[in-house]
Design a protein around this ligand. Structure first.
Ligand SMILES: C[S@@+](CC[C@H](N)C(=O)[O-])C[C@H]1O[C@@H](n2cnc3c(N)ncnc32)[C@H](O)[C@@H]1O
Length: 389
């Protein structure tokens, strides 16, 4: 009898130990952000270490929600391939745009200091690491501390294999000039891929998408106020101006949308905001309800994150950031950004600071547009700093 009791106690103890171990693995996976495809490749997140979880059931054949797209987030090869083939972006990743065109205009093979102002998922930085000569330095900026940490951790082995010194800087790119001055270096090449990343857009919790309900947040990182906070303080006049500047709405449409958004208490979620915008009858004929929502949310995102001010600061400090003969490439995604880059390059050419700049924007090839639907509106502009001004 005693032996049976001892055996039972041993079995119970072993279950407890197993459960404790499983909790630790789960906590570890959560703390290390194992939802990221790249993190899934690290030993801590290998399938062997992960606890068995029941397959989540989704309504149709394919998952629709960000949380249901866990296979993509875990880097499941077949799923990732299928999403890419359909022109989509696997959840938790970002497909870089016009990589070879960027490299061509950055002339990275001869660079000793390169700057990526917008690291994101690191697609462009990976290509830069491969192109840079040994002993070059790559400084990567991002205001999103979470993604910056994940991406720089994932790129570290690549950089060390290529003998490139990689430094991740958690800062707004408006500060690139100051950060480089502190390090007493100037950049041979600089890339800025503007806007937000697919990781930010796709996660409803970050409040950039109206396709799923989420808090009206929209902060990329260091901005102090959420979109809901900003709306809580904005007047109809201020919101109309933001809608005109950030999304090219006509004066009349911008005002109508602003009135609709602010007529009751501030919408706390993205879908509430979308409903109010969709209900507005616009004078612009070919702008459907969802187009209007997309544009309104873009304008709100721009103002919440102070995107135009940051871009203007970066452009103003570019002549000091670039070494003589240095090159810069900007990828823009709407007219407000492209106008600012174009104007600044034109002014630089007129004053002799730049010796050359793109006369027309470079556009993604039809093949790239087909294979990456998010590349459609992208424009690339480049400039070359003078040797002696
Ligand atoms: C389009 S994504 C870059 C994608 C990246 N090129 C890649 O290959 O994955 C833009 C990134 O820039 C960051 N960003 C946007 N505005 C910024 C700013 N003013 N300062 C620093 N980072 C910024 C966003 O957080 C986002 O991660």
């Amino acid at each position: 009898m005693l032996r049976v009791l001892l055996w039972c106690a041993a079995v119970v103890q072993s279950f407890r130990f197993d459960a404790r171990q499983r909790c630790t693995v789960q906590r570890h996976a959560a703390a290390s952000g194992a939802s990221n495809a790249a993190d899934a490749a690290t030993p801590a997140a290998t399938p062997a270490a992960a606890p068995h979880t029941r397959r989540k059931r989704y309504a149709g054949r394919y998952p629709r929600n960000f949380s249901e797209r866990y296979k993509e987030q875990a880097g499941d090869e077949a799923t990732v391939k299928r999403v890419l083939e359909k022109g989509g972006t696997p959840a938790g990743t970002h497909v870089p745009i016009m990589v070879s065109e960027c490299l061509e205009h950055l002339n990275a093979t001869g660079a000793d200091v390169a700057v990526d102002c917008t690291l994101g998922y690191g697609g462009h930085s990976s290509a830069l690491i491969a192109a840079l000569p040994p002993n070059a330095r790559l400084l990567c900026f991002d205001r999103d501390g979470v993604e910056l940490a994940r991406t720089s951790k994932r790129l570290a082995p690549l950089a060390s294999d290529g003998n490139v010194e990689l430094e991740a800087v958690h800062a707004n790119y408006a500060r690139v000039g100051a950060e480089l001055a502190q390090r007493h270096v100037r950049a041979s090449c600089l890339l800025a891929d503007l806007g937000c990343s697919s990781m930010q857009i796709d996660d409803p919790e970050r409040g950039f998408t109206f396709k799923r309900d989420g808090p009206l947040d929209m902060r990329m990182g260091l901005a102090e106020a959420t979109a809901a906070d900003w709306l809580g303080r904005a007047s109809i006049k201020e919101l109309s101006a933001a809608l005109r500047d950030g999304a090219d709405f006509s004066r009349r449409d911008a005002r109508e949308i602003a009135v609709a958004i602010l007529k009751e208490s501030v919408p706390a979620t993205t879908t509430l905001l979308a409903d109010r915008v969709r209900a507005v009858r616009l004078e612009e004929e070919d702008c459907t309800g969802d187009d209007a929502v997309k544009r309104a949310m873009q304008a709100l995102r721009i103002v919440v994150n102070g995107e135009f001010a940051a871009l203007e600061e970066l452009l103003a400090s570019l002549p000091d950031i670039l070494a003589p003969g240095g090159r810069a490439v900007f990828l823009t995604f709407h007219s407000g950004e492209d106008r600012r880059v174009k104007k600044s390059f034109k002014k630089g050419i007129a004053s002799g600071i730049y010796t050359d700049a793109a006369r027309r924007p470079v556009r993604p090839s039809p093949q790239e547009r087909r294979s990456n639907s998010r590349s459609g509106c992208c424009k690339l502009r480049w400039c070359v700093r003078a040797l002696d001004s």
